[in-house]
Write a protein that binds this ligand. Structure first.
Ligand SMILES: C[S@@+](CC[C@H](N)C(=O)[O-])C[C@H]1O[C@@H](n2cnc3c(N)ncnc32)[C@H](O)[C@@H]1O
Length: 336
């Protein structure tokens, strides 16, 4: 099957393969291709510019007709059904809190047997709750821990899932926000968690400064560790309440990221305060299907009007389905 790939002279093939593995963009379901001079390394997605920059200079994007790898047994082959799980670093998370312990153990065993990248299987004991948006877990099998390192777009995020929020499900969303940011912009990430938006943005070298705020001391502990793990520059990690910190950075932000979907509306005054003229708020919400955007747009408009400003809605989109008839949405609003 024809696929996009990295074409590289054979003598540089191994170093290119390692870079692609590191960024998790080598498609392992396909056999690496070759001819007399070149290797063809299949890609699982379009590489970002900083990922391409890390490849040997001789690397180029190309197309190649690949053969599929021989099929290894899957968890579904052992179980007779495909188990639902989320992979965060080397931890597989079974999200169904109603899963009985016998079935959970069978799934865990099948995952550990067939997926060498999984070292621990945990089951969620609660939904994401509280001000810090964390959940409780039970380790079902494997190494007894809830800390892991997750790789995303060439960045590494260390996180203890029982202490700070993290989900890989927003990875596409994070790269979408990256596409909004321009050279020299100041970005304020009001609810930064362990840093997946802030660090990706800082690593792109586009913003002149990223201010990453979180109230959860554990999240900020990992945020700081992740800043050094990724050698991210021009980023300031702040443990504090976004509302209070907004005073300090008033009028500076070209972009304000509000990734606290259940409560972001309570912080709109602060987000407006943060924006410089024509700055953009990236507002996340959880909304019902019969009012996906209208009420949220009104809340943004009211917060802007209170500050004597106007809004222009640039984009609105459904990020993902959240619960029956409820959606995680994002609105991009320019504050004029
Ligand atoms: C849904 S999580 C998002 C984290 C991160 N943006 C991500 O994508 O992984 C929301 C974060 O907001 C933080 N938070 C909640 N209230 C806050 C406040 N008043 N000020 C700053 N951070 C807050 C929580 O601790 C949590 O880490």
């Amino acid at each position: 099957m024809k696929r996009q790939c990295i074409k590289i002279p054979k003598k540089k093939g191994e170093s290119a393969r390692r870079v692609l593995l590191d960024f998790e963009i080598l498609d392992n379901s396909l056999k690496i291709g070759s001819d007399e001079t070149f290797l063809y390394l299949p890609l699982s997605r379009e590489p970002l510019s900083h990922e391409l920059a890390d490849l040997p200079a001789e690397a180029e994007l190309a197309e190649f007709d690949f053969e599929a790898q021989e099929k290894k047994p899957t968890p579904g082959d052992l179980l007779g059904f495909n188990p639902a799980y989320e992979l965060i670093g080397d931890i597989a998370l079974l999200e169904d809190q109603d899963l009985d312990s016998q079935k959970a153990s069978r799934i865990a065993e099948a995952l550990l047997l067939t997926q060498p990248n999984i070292k621990t299987v945990v089951k969620a004991l609660s939904p994401v709750i509280g001000e810090f948006r964390v959940r409780e877990f039970e380790v079902i099998a494997g190494e007894p821990r809830t800390e892991t390192v997750h790789r995303e777009y060439g960045c590494r995020y260390k996180v203890d899932l029982s202490k700070a929020y993290f989900t890989p499900r927003l990875s596409t969303e994070r790269s979408r926000i990256l596409s909004w940011v321009k050279e020299g912009d100041t970005v304020v990430d009001m609810f930064a968690g362990v840093g997946p938006y802030s660090i990706l943005l800082a690593k792109s070298n586009k913003p002149s400064k990223v201010v990453a705020i979180d109230k959860n001391p554990d999240a900020v502990h990992y945020l700081k560790e992740n800043i050094s793990l990724n050698s991210a520059k021009n980023i300031e990690a702040i443990e504090g309440d976004a509302r209070e910190e907004a005073e300090r950075f008033a009028g500076t932000a070209a972009h304000v990221i509000m990734n606290l979907p259940h409560n972001a509306y309570e912080f709109l005054d602060s987000a407006v305060l943060l924006t410089k003229p024509a700055g953009i708020i990236h507002y996340y919400g959880i909304t019902p299907e019969d009012d996906l955007f209208e009420s949220s747009v009104e809340l943004i408009r009211k917060a802007a009007e209170k500050a004597g400003r106007k809004i222009e809605i640039l984009e609105r989109r459904v990020v993902r389905s959240y619960a029956p008839h409820q959606y995680n949405i994002c609105i991009e609003a320019r504050i004029i």
